[in-house]
Design a protein around this ligand. Sequence first.
Ligand code: ATP
Length: 194
Amino acid sequence: MLKIGITGGIGSGKTTVCKIFQTLGIPIYYADDEAKKLYDTDAAMKQEIIAHFGEGVYKNNYFDKDALRDLVFNDIEKLKVLNSIVHPRVKIHADNWMQKQTAPYAIKEAALMIESASNLSLDKLILVSCPLEKRIVRVIKRDHTSHNEAMNRANKQLSDEEKRKFCDYEILNDDEHLVIPQVLKLHEELLKRC
Ligand code: ATP
């Protein structure tokens, strides 16, 4: 089975594109959602998080993402530590998930795919691209956040130009190109490779 990755910057439309693949019967692993679950379900990870960031990131024994975000938001070193705890575990979890899939191909969706080197265990990588300013407008609208906050999040990621070097395919989701025909074309192409 082909293992496909989908990445792209914040607000590029990765999830939106994945939903289209899902309607075609393709299973999707949403790395951010699965990572959030692991904070509560992976006991070793929980212990390590508490050891580095304190008991305060768990409220009533449940992970409190806002508390952790406040701790790492403006501290690159802490963010690196956090990523070094979480990313390898999500990678193993995703690899296990991939092995159980029976579709012709399966997709892992992750924003920090290249930054976390998770693309190395995948066969092909798709970039969902969109100019930065349009992405920022989408994120402000979706998350009811400020321009500054959205930019701050975007600046922690590689640019589309840098990501493009690692990707095999690109879906342009810039509000000017139709997305569904691009997905259908890529789906046919991937099926041929299976
Ligand atoms: P993140 O990495 O921040 O989770 P994402 O890449 O998964 O983002 P989505 O959540 O799919 O992006 O899209 C961001 C927002 O932009 C959503 O509110 C979505 O509905 C909207 N959006 C996505 N694609 C388009 C489009 N082509 N036209 C208009 N709005 C769009």
